[in-house]
Write a protein that binds this ligand. Structure first.
Ligand code: GLC
Length: 569
């Protein structure tokens, strides 16, 4: 089916310089007060695009991919390309033949209540609309990661404008000069969150943003930039509007993010080295090093950038670097992060202190460091990407987000994707229990909890980030189910969520081994719990929505997973 092509001829003159498209040239030394003069409506004051139905976005991007290594990306996404154009944007479930669940209407109402406006334009959704909670903390802000399911819900419902506004607004914030004490942050850093301040007397709106400097623990939002690129692709894919991604400022924003994560250093691995608390888990939880959540998002953002970057001089240079990195990253992840029964048995029998290229136990993992629980947890059928791999350290914990994103981005091979789904089925009680989905498994307790979390009272065992159950993860597992052809698993998870979410007031997370209790300090009316539910519902009703958040396998990246020779020793 035909997609859409944007005819840029009529507006070529209009996109030459940043000023013409209404995007002020946001230099790195632009101060906060200067930023206040920026008016979103100006940003959007662009010539109307002449949209012709011709080639799809992916076809166009791929036909321009000229690098040898990228050749394998042909047929990329063909299976999931919904072929939808702006002329027939997705219908809301209310307009579908399905009888909508009574919760859906409530969820939409709650989602709309969470909208945040800047100078009259919707620019995002607040993290939680919980007036009953004594402490607001930063839950009244628009978080980049929290907005993703809201954005997907709006895109699926044919309301892309708020997503465009959000992408442009956060792009402006990236252009701020970012300092923490005397330290200047990287140019490409995207905010964790921002807040719109309304002055009712002066009738002005201003924005404050947080790049980690006011976040609890001053954690770095490494995931924000990746989500931004992933969302830009989702917007482009869903609307067919190429003009936003092709806008010079968006291209620059993408390159700045990529510069941060593709820069050369002392690394011996293609994975991205991170500090603790750098993602959805934004507190100390022992995820420092090479956390799966970041590696999967990194991979997905690189693949998304590959189709969004223009093939101009600057773009080409990045495309080459991305292709090389993807190659190395997929090999590393698929070989060393992957754990199944066979692999676990291999590691269990590892020899240590091996020297040279012939080493089988490449990271010198001492088998005694394998935790007891993993031997019982590992089913005969199934597998997953473990939490972290670095010298002498394998974090065997299961993390839901990283594994779902690995499926969606095709970081996981089709076999690995099905194995992840097998594991979820086999270990349903542990990973889903009574509320989808555990953020990680298992919880850490006692002395280990003291050492790893620094005695964090919010992260006690089976609570919050330490084995808590997060309804927002429902959309990701649903998407993974659809991609792997297992919709019945998603249906089961959605049924569980429907039995409680509305009644409980859309909590942020649940506590306990089975996720039965509303979280100790969980907010109510948490927006991403609401939006996550809507996205899961809409995707299951119309699986073609999957295309905006899923990437097909790139055959060139197929790994040769060698079984360790120690197995036969
Ligand atoms: C908590 C979560 C974080 C989320 C924020 C806003 O800090 O850990 O992932 O972005 O709340 O909801």
């Amino acid at each position: 089916m035909d997609g859409v092509k944007v005819n840029l001829d009529g507006m070529r003159g209009g996109i030459e310089g940043p000023k013409e498209v209404g995007l002020k040239n946001v230099s790195s030394h632009c101060s906060i007060s200067e930023m206040d003069d920026y008016d979103l409506s100006k940003l959007l004051d662009k010539p109307r695009l002449n949209i012709k139905r011709e080639k799809s976005f992916d076809e166009r991007s791929l036909s321009e991919l000229s690098i040898g290594l990228a050749r394998g990306l042909e047929n990329y996404e063909s299976a999931y390309s919904p072929g939808r154009s702006v002329l027939d944007t997705p219908a809301s479930s209310a307009r579908n033949s399905f009888e909508p669940h009574p919760m859906v209407a409530d969820a939409w109402e709650a989602l709309r209540r969470s909208l945040v406006h800047f100078r009259g334009q919707p620019v995002g959704t607040i993290a939680a609309y919980d007036h009953a909670s004594e402490e607001v903390l930063n839950y009244d802000q628009v978080f980049v990661r929290d907005f993703v399911p809201s954005a997907l819900a709006f895109l699926m419902n044919g309301e892309p404008d708020i997503v465009k506004n959000f992408l442009l607004k956060t792009l402006q914030l990236q252009g701020w000069e970012k300092r923490i004490d005397r330290f200047k942050l990287g140019e490409g850093v995207m905010p964790a969150s921002f807040k719109v301040l309304h002055d009712p007397v002066r009738k002005t709106d201003t924005i404050i943003a947080d790049f980690g400097e006011t976040a609890i623990g001053r954690v770095a939002p490494v995931d924000s930039g990746f989500w931004w690129i992933i969302l830009l692709r989702a917007y482009t894919k869903s609307t067919g509007d190429l003009s936003l991604a092709e806008n010079p400022e968006c291209q620059k924003g993408m390159r700045l993010i990529l510069s941060l994560c593709l820069s050369e250093g002392f690394d011996t691995f293609p994975t991205l080295l991170c500090a603790d608390g750098c993602s959805m888990i934004d507190r100390r939880m022992g995820i420092y090093g090479y956390p799966i959540e970041i590696q999967a998002l990194f991979f997905m953002a690189l693949r998304s950038a590959l189709v969004l970057l223009k093939h101009d001089t600057e773009g080409k240079e990045f495309i080459e670097r991305i292709v090389k990195r993807l190659h190395a990253l997929s090999y590393h992840m698929r070989s060393y992060f992957w754990l199944d029964f066979q692999q676990l048995n291999d590691i269990y029998r590892y020899k240590t202190e091996e020297y040279s290229h012939t080493a089988v136990n490449k990271f010198n993992v001492i088998p005694d460091s394998i935790p007891e629980w993993v031997f019982d947890f590992m089913p005969t059928r199934g597998g997953y990407f473990i939490g972290n791999v670095s010298p002498a350290r394998m974090d065997f914990r299961w993390f839901a987000l990283g594994n779902c994103i690995a499926i969606l981005s095709s970081l996981a091979t089709p076999e690995q994707s099905s194995a992840i789904m097998d594991l979820i089925e086999e270990r349903w009680e542990e990973l889903v229990g009574e509320m989808p989905l555990k953020i990680c498994y298992p919880a850490i307790e006692s002395h280990e909890w003291q050492i790893v979390t620094g005695c964090d009272p919010k992260n006690t065992r089976w609570s919050y980030h330490n084995g808590g159950s997060w309804p927002v993860l429902l959309w990701m597992v649903t998407a993974a189910c659809i991609k792997t052809g297992r919709p019945q698993i998603a249906r089961r998870a959605i049924d569980l969520a429907e039995s409680r979410l509305l009644k409980d007031g859309w909590p942020e997370y649940y506590d306990g081994k089975l996720g039965r209790y509303i979280g100790k300090q969980a907010r109510k009316h948490q927006t991403w719990s609401i939006a996550g539910y809507l996205v899961a519902k809409m995707m299951l009703e119309d699986p073609s929505h999957l295309g905006m958040i899923s990437l097909e396998e790139d055959k060139q990246m197929k790994p040769v997973i060698k079984r360790s020779s120690s197995w036969t020793c």
